[in-house]
Design a protein around this ligand. Sequence first.
Ligand code: DGJ
Length: 732
Amino acid sequence: MIHHIRLLIFIFIAFALSLSARAAEKLFISINTENTSIVLEKNDTGDLMFMHYGLPTGDASQYGNYNSYRRVDYGTDPMAYPARGGRYYNEPALSVKYADTDANTELKYVSHKTSVPQKGVEQTDIILRDPKTALEVTLTYTAYQKEDVITAHTEITNKGGKTVTLENYASSCINLKAGKYLLTHFHGAWAGEMQTEHEQLTHGTKIIDNKMGVRTTHTENPSFMLSLDTEDFDENHGEVIAGALVWSGNYKMSFQIDEFDRLNIISGINPHACAYPLKKGESFITPDMIWTYSCAGAGQASRNLHDWARKYDLYSHGRMAPTLLNSWEGAYFDFTTPVLTGMIDDAAAMGLEMFVLDDGWFGTDYPRNSSRQGLGDWQLNTKKIPEGIEYLADYAHKKGLKFGIWIEPEMVNPKSNLAKKHPEWIVKSPGREATTTRNQWLLDLCNPEVQDFVFNVFDETMQLAVNKIDYIKWDCNRHVESFGSSFLREQSKFYVDYIQGLYSVLKRLRAKYPDVIVQSCSSGGGRVDYGALNYFDEVWTSDNTEGLSRVFIQYGTNMIYPACTTGSHVSDVPNHQTNNVTPLKFRFDIASAGRLGMELQPKKMSADDRAYAQRAIASYKRFRDLVEQGDLYRLVSPYDGDHYALMYVSKDKTRAVVFAYCIKYQGRARKPLIRLYGLDKDKSYSITELNTDTPSFWGDGQTFSGQWLINQGINPQLVKIYDSGIWYLEAK
Ligand code: DGJ
């Protein structure tokens, strides 16, 4: 008997020793795309470390002897998903408070597996666990082979006994080592979104974030680029990493350079007022963070994101957008049926393909004749349109146009029947005033009843002309203030649950209306992010349609989001936002670099201008597929001086369209030199300037080798402010 017990003890000790030896074994996990690689290491203490992101470095076991020369007892080597507490003191990706008030978490590697969810996509799931609390974290990296994109998200599960509170729950953390880090990010405001800003990161922490709740973009956009080892933003050379978050709510991206000059980037939902309780057995899945790496400058980073988005993220997958006339700046709230049918006639005559009826068509007791009332009461105003929406849709269809209509279902004016009927649906904190913005309140999408209401606003609007509404413009004209939900027990869930509520409504709507084109508008570009684009076909890039402003807005937006998503309209002069006057050609030439539309009263246009519009719209249809599906090359930055130029090239490089604009007069000698980097040097191209009878380039109509056009470029006479040109290139 004693002999047996001794044997058992011996076997147990041997097993335990072999386990601890295995636990101490290093292990390497490589996450690879065709040209890039992330390498993680489980070290001998069971921590998961972030070793590399960039070009592939070959056999990962070479990291086995890697020596960072840091003190082993110092705890500053980069963690793959750093948690607050234990030995870690930099910005954490995860902070948790446990029932016993312990606020430390120490995640140890448990296991990992790799799978292939679809061709060209490889998924790696890595399980980490805190041995004390049994909190489990699964890191999921999805590697999109051809696009060189890796997305990362995290699932956090409470496997312990009592409720825990997540205080910080980032999607992803990456760690880099370079001599210099140039951060490019996009700040903005209403009518001035996505302004590009470059800054050299220094020691300490830089944060870009948003706390507006339901509009991601009117401060900063949840995206950035990072150029390594340089002080210059370069389109064609050098290492650039781009990142973007798939989330339409509060976000935070922190860039911390530590004392060892390593840069730690943590990105995800903003922990601001957002502590999230997890009961036993519950999980929280963070949104995806998208990463791409390019060793050929910022241009390639954009193209990677665009390719990935068209294939995997965008609801539309980049399907072709109809050109349109929107009624807003042409009529505002002031219309009746004849005004609208007149607009439809004019749109058809100019060759446009859709008419969109904007704000002002609804409200009976509180007719929506201004922004002061009516939101929430989605019944047709029969005083304005006695014939009904179906009549307008039929009228448009008979003219060969699609038909679209505006809604703002998340909002309510205090002056409305809805506000009186459901005061409990309004976002506000008890005992505090619900503030209005643009005279309106926000509805509480955390509440399933409100989710149903919002779903029904869309659904019932679609029923106003069954199977005849082709497009919905979904607006959102305010952000969150005095947050609070009378539905939620834990108010700190508000910011997350609102966006999850929104996504759940959009999911239901997409199941019912898969083919309707839906625009994400939010006072212009307030909701421009890859989360929204999972459900919306396009974004309204900005309420500012003035040509010069659009140069900068579109330059920044299209750095991250492909042109097939960015609505861009030609509007009246003087511009309603800026008062600036730009030539019609300039306005068309910049709007044609996105999803082209018009937003004015055509009746106010001269016959010549209408004829010009017709010509420009016809040209656009010739190259629209390049703008929406082609590869973007930014050729001259508008921030570098007096010109802006860009081109889109077909994937097989047989067709291209080039756009160039003079945005500042600096003297007659200042002509742009535009090198057409996107072409194939071994092909020959004919070059034709569109929309003009007086070409600005001496080589118009001639054929040049790609090599010539890349290295010599074109030098059009775009000298005076607002001179602009569009060239169409075809391989011979
Ligand atoms: C704000 C949008 O950005 C505009 O295009 C227009 O739809 C108005 N709202 C309507 O109120």
